[in-house]
Design a protein around this ligand. Structure first.
Ligand code: CP
Length: 313
């Protein structure tokens, strides 16, 4: 089977989406441990390029460790390493790298079109490790975490509180494809989900008989299984308005908000700023699964790498 790109969750068929999520959950549960090797060597003899133009703790480590664990060799590129810095085009770079690498994991934090330019060939799989609009591997991690925690994603109800950023758009595109799920977005006014992502998620929702709805207050909260938030300052971005903190303040996930969602599990994609989007009491409290979610980035990354490289051998 050939190389496959993962630029957006919308690149995945229903079967592919479920395969990656379930595979990641199996890794997370340790149920694939007994089959290593040979399955744990699914990337044997492959070379994986890891290009991060922006900072990362989880995603970069998850994909690097995952690729090494699966038997691949790594080449890493920091923000100043490629000749793109001296004017070489993204298209030319993609064409050249495709002649030498099997997989490229790239965090550009820029437009998706840059990653599509790298992916304009079929020799090297390209994985979006976070672009400006979408963070698809985070979305897959989140679905994996939900599967591990609840047994299935179907029918789960999630309250997302905070900026409609690239993690929120991936969550919307992913969750909406699972039947009977509910995604309730509560985003600050002026900082909602990009309309294109909301529209695409609502199309999925119609097909899957799920729900995606957005409001810009936290007045009436629905009954939910999960409360999810993310950092107010997404990596590499600045807010256009100076008074943004006042606008975001009511959207902090604190114990008072959690008390309005009894029994809900708390998720956070991390990194966190304790005292901003979430209090330490919640992040470090008994309802929090944020650090298990972070570890699932590694388990999910192995599933993504396997799928992009052509499936387990
Ligand atoms: N959640 C996430 O993408 O973390 P990093 O920025 O550390 O990779």
């Amino acid at each position: 089977m050939g190389r496959r790109h993962l630029i957006s969750l919308d690149d995945l068929s229903e079967d592919d989406l479920r395969w990656i999520v379930n595979r990641g959950a199996d890794y997370s549960a340790g149920s694939l441990d007994h089959v290593r090797p040979p399955r744990e060597r699914a990337l044997e003899d492959l070379i994986v390029g890891v290009l991060f133009r922006k900072t990362s703790t989880r995603t970069r480590t998850a994909f690097s460790a995952g690729a090494l664990r699966l038997g691949a060799k790594l080449i890493t590129y920091g923000p100043g390493d490629l000749q793109e810095n001296t004017g070489e085009t993204v298209d030319d770079t993609g064409q050249v790298l495709a002649g030498m690498l099997d997989v490229l994991v790239a965090r550009t934090a820029g437009p998706e079109a840059e990653l599509r330019a790298y992916a304009n060939q079929d020799r090297m799989a390209v994985i979006n490790a976070m672009s400006a609009g979408e963070h698809p591997t985070q979305g897959l991690t989140d679905l994996t975490t939900l599967t591990r925690r609840f047994g299935s994603v179907d029918g789960l109800r999630v309250l997302y509180v905070g900026e409609g950023n690239n993690t929120a758009s991936a969550l919307a595109l992913g969750l909406s494809r699972f039947p009977g799920t509910e995604l309730h977005l509560r985003t600050p006014p002026g900082y909602g989900l990009e309309p294109d992502y909301l529209h695409r998620a609502q199309i999925h929702a119609k097909r899957a008989e799920s729900t995606v709805e957005e409001r810009h207050d936290v007045d009436d909260l629905p009954e939910v299984d999960v409360v999810y938030t993310t950092r107010w300052q997404t990596t590499g971005t600045v807010k256009p308005t100076p008074d943004w903190r006042a606008v975001f303040a009511p959207f902090q996930v604190n114990q008072a908000l959690m008390d309005r969602c009894p029994g809900a599990v708390f998720l956070h994609d991390l990194p966190a700023h304790r005292g901003e989007e979430v209090t330490a009491e919640v992040l470090d409290g008994p309802a929090s699964a944020a650090f298990a979610q972070a570890e699932n980035k590694y388990h999910s990354a192995r599933a993504v790498l396997e799928w992009c490289a052509g499936g387990p051998r």
